[in-house]
Write a protein that binds this ligand. Structure first.
Ligand code: DQA
Length: 148
């Protein structure tokens, strides 16, 4: 795949998980929509969700050998805790966009620190499922020589 979309812990519960914070769109709906949008541009997109840090790290490491050119990642709670996931992304050197459904800056203070944002090409938060679409729009433009 050329674009890899990664979802961290508890995002498998989207749709029913605290919908007032995370919306009613399911993860399957998000993934299907992104897959369609990428395919419309002739770009292959793969997605992966895990509740485990090691699985996410191993998926990122595999991306190097797969010629992945862009990563869109919502690290979920690992955003605020995982130096190991940060290091995995740094090791790949693959450009990535950090996405959060909720506005992490309008929530508890422990959510306002991200281990990813300074390495990210950009960060989108607070726009719900639309944020993934906007990130993909950027990545697709970047891959076609637009704005990368
Ligand atoms: C989240 C925000 C995180 O603080 C939280 O732990 C999540 C989801 C979001 O998409 O808004 O699981 O990344």
């Amino acid at each position: 795949g050329k674009i890899l979309v990664l979802h961290g812990p508890n995002l498998n519960l989207l749709g029913t998980r605290e919908p007032e914070t995370y919306g009613r769109t399911t993860l399957a709906e998000i993934n299907d929509n992104l897959t369609d949008l990428a395919h419309n541009d002739g770009i292959k997109l793969t997605h992966f969700q895990s509740n485990g840090e090691s699985e996410l790290i191993e998926r990122i490491q595999r991306a190097i050998g797969e010629n992945v050119q862009f990563i869109i990642i919502n690290p979920a709670a690992y955003t605020h805790t995982s130096i190991a996931l940060r290091d995995a992304l740094a090791a790949t050197g693959i450009p990535f966009i950090e996405v959060h459904l909720s506005n992490i800056f309008a929530r508890e203070s422990f959510r306002q620190k991200s281990y990813f944002s300074d390495l990210a090409r950009g960060v989108i938060c607070g726009l719900g499922a639309k944020g993934y679409e906007l990130a993909l729009e950027y990545a697709l433009a970047a891959l076609s020589g637009g704005s990368s």
